[in-house]
Design a protein around this ligand. Structure first.
Ligand code: SAT
Ligand code: MN
Length: 603
């Protein structure tokens, strides 16, 4: 429905904002998205016509498409991501701060006339079930139909959202442009975007709040409901309103006896959140159901427990490494109605990527559109190539995944990619120790961000790129939950590391479905039955407490996986102490206390 907006909403604030936006961006035409299936099809056809989409083989991959981005536009751009507030201390040392007023002037200059020659799409979207008091509504304007179709999978879009907004509801304005206006008669390209990395801007005006994103059409840079709204903006709102917006998967774990506990886990981008969230346990009788794979919004319920909901409706998962062996449920989720970006394209018209569990074809078209054969030695798929798949297609989607009340969380997991020191699993002594563990998280960097990969960086709570305010205040916010409810009603906290390597650089733990063994122990700890030993770093599984039945793993590997290596830990303490210095007086005293206590326990 290329409808005029004033025919479908009476929201004066929205209409006034859109008038201003049109005046600034000067699009050729305006299209308001109704969220219908016909509209989705129409947009896909349009993308095919424009050369952005290649339709995949209808038998092998029904109603699915491949997009190839421009090689300069393949991941989030953290160094071009800004928190725009008046006071630098409110953004804190982990964010790129810019003074809000100057940045607004700059954005007004940069966005001026940037949609000339293009259509502006207006996407009303709801993060969380439409109409739930805990959901947030955004209105994204964009000149990218690719963004429209991805948003349609990832969020709830269209007329029901406008209805929920009513005549005076709150919404978060989100302005997105690929930054590639078209002059009259200028031919378009398949993936138009600003090519100069220094001219891309992902800006969060936290005090308004509003989001302005310029120059990129890829993932979290452009689908503004995801990292921008549901994490950076929402984390700031959550701090003020007393809840949590976290970079966490949410899964349900059900025992052979039929008891379910929900677990939320924070891991940096491309560290296996999607794999864990919908894992197929190797332990007989145990099942995992998926509530979400990337973002959790959590509040205390009336019973004093913490309830989590997934504000999204789709998965934007990393393709390479996803296979029927590593994540069968993701493969099933992406069987149809899926958008692939930057994977390889086989001669049969299906997608292919590295470690897909399917032998490399003799020939394909790689993610840059070139002929490719296995002998080339190049990657066929970009390491950050993605599938956008509807969550409803996940065979193990949890029955409560759209419940506006959310699901009660029994345990938190923190983790990252750590080749050494950090054991397979370690339980915090209490809430404060758990928050300390979250603050101490770090990971070797991945291709999800356009910077050097494989370097260890601190990534507290996996929120380094996503916390929209001073991280020191964020730590305090987490600590504050101990005073808001009974300590025993809060989730138990665990630190896990699936990525431990031996001296030859080989992974010690098989991971994937075998992680159910660790989840089982966590379940038992929550129930009060799992056996643990107290160590200087936390509670580790007692000998024999991890169910290793049927697993071929050496005693020596297990010993390494569950060792407390004093020297490595003293290094961690040192590194963390220096890292904490960055937060100055915004660092809660409790965390220094935890650090000192750990050092003392290590002796
Ligand atoms: O591009 S996204 O930010 O959506 C994916 C990720 O980095 O986790
Ligand atoms: Mn993520």
């Amino acid at each position: 429905m290329a409808g005029a907006l004033d025919a479908i909403t009476q929201h004066k604030g929205l209409l006034a904002w859109l008038t201003e936006v049109v005046e600034l961006l000067k699009p050729d035409s305006v299209y308001t998205c109704d969220g219908s299936e016909e509209e989705y099809k129409y947009m896909c056809d349009l993308l095919v016509e424009q050369g952005t989409f290649t339709p995949l083989n209808q038998t092998l991959r029904p109603d699915s498409f491949l997009a190839r981005s421009h090689p300069s536009d393949v991941a989030r751009v953290e160094d071009r991501t800004f928190i725009a507030v008046a006071d630098m201390n409110e953004a804190g040392p982990t964010n790129n701060w810019v003074p809000a007023r100057d940045m607004k002037d700059k954005m007004l200059r940069i966005f001026k006339n940037c949609m000339e020659g293009r259509t502006m799409y207006v996407i009303p979207f709801s993060m969380g079930p439409v109409g739930s008091p805990f959901s947030k509504i955004g209105i994204e304007v964009t000149d990218s139909p690719y963004v429209v179709v991805n948003m349609s999978i990832m969020t709830r879009v269209g007329l029901p959202v406008l209805e929920a907004l009513g005549e005076c509801g709150d919404f978060i304005p989100c302005i997105h442009s690929i930054g590639a206006p078209l002059a009259p008669f200028q031919a378009d390209v398949p993936w138009p975007c600003e090519r100069d990395p220094k001219h891309k801007y992902i800006v969060h005006f936290q005090e308004e709040p509003s989001i302005w994103s310029y120059g990129s059409g890829y993932g979290g840079n452009a689908l503004l409901g995801k990292k921008c709204l549901a994490l950076r903006v929402a984390s700031s709102m959550a701090k003020k309103e007393g809840w949590l917006a976290e970079h966490m998967l949410i899964l349900g774990l059900t025992s052979p006896e039929g008891k379910t506990h929900y677990i939320a886990g924070a891991f940096p981008s491309a560290c296996g959140k999607t794999n864990l969230a919908m894992m197929l346990p190797t332990l007989p009788g145990w099942t995992v159901t998926c509530v979400g794979d990337d973002i959790a919004w959590m509040r205390l319920g009336e019973d004093g427990r913490l309830y989590a909901m997934n504000p999204e409706t789709g998965f934007f998962g990393v393709a390479p490494g996803t296979s029927y062996a590593s994540n069968p449920n993701a493969m099933e989720s992406a069987k149809s109605n899926t958008i692939f970006t930057n994977t390889g394209l086989t001669d049969e018209g299906d997608v292919w990527w590295e470690d897909m569990g399917v032998a490399a074809p003799a020939h394909l078209i790689d993610w840059e559109g070139n002929d490719w054969t296995p002998e080339d030695g190049r990657k066929a798929a970009h390491p950050n190539s993605r599938f956008t798949a509807p969550a409803r297609q996940c065979p193990v989607i949890d029955p409560k995944w759209q419940d506006p009340a959310g699901v009660p969380i029994s345990a938190f997991l923190f983790g990252g990619r750590r080749a050494s020191t950090i054991p397979l699993v370690n339980q915090a002594f209490d809430w404060e120790h758990g928050v300390f563990m979250g603050s101490a998280a770090g990971s070797e960097t991945t291709a999800a961000n356009l910077s050097k990969t494989g370097v260890l960086r601190h990534d507290p709570f996996a929120m380094l790129p996503f916390c929209g305010y001073n991280m020191g205040d964020y730590f305090s916010h987490w600590l504050s939950f101990a005073g808001r409810t009974d300590a025993e009603k809060l989730p138990k906290v665990f630190f896990v590391n699936w990525f431990r390597k031996d001296d030859d650089g080989k992974f010690l733990w098989p991971g994937y479905g075998e992680n159910s063994r660790v989840l089982k122990w966590i379940f038992e700890r929550v129930e009060g039955t799992g056996e643990a030993v107290e160590t200087p770093i936390g509670y580790l599984p007692a000998p024999g407490a991890l169910d290793l039945s049927g697993l071929d793993i050496s005693d020596d590997a297990m010993k390494q996986l569950l060792a407390v290596e004093k020297e490595g830990w003293l290094n961690e303490v040192d590194g963390l102490s220096k890292y904490y210095d960055e937060f100055g007086d915004r660092l809660p005293a409790e965390l220094r206390k935890q650090l000192a206590a750990l050092k003392e326990r290590l002796g």
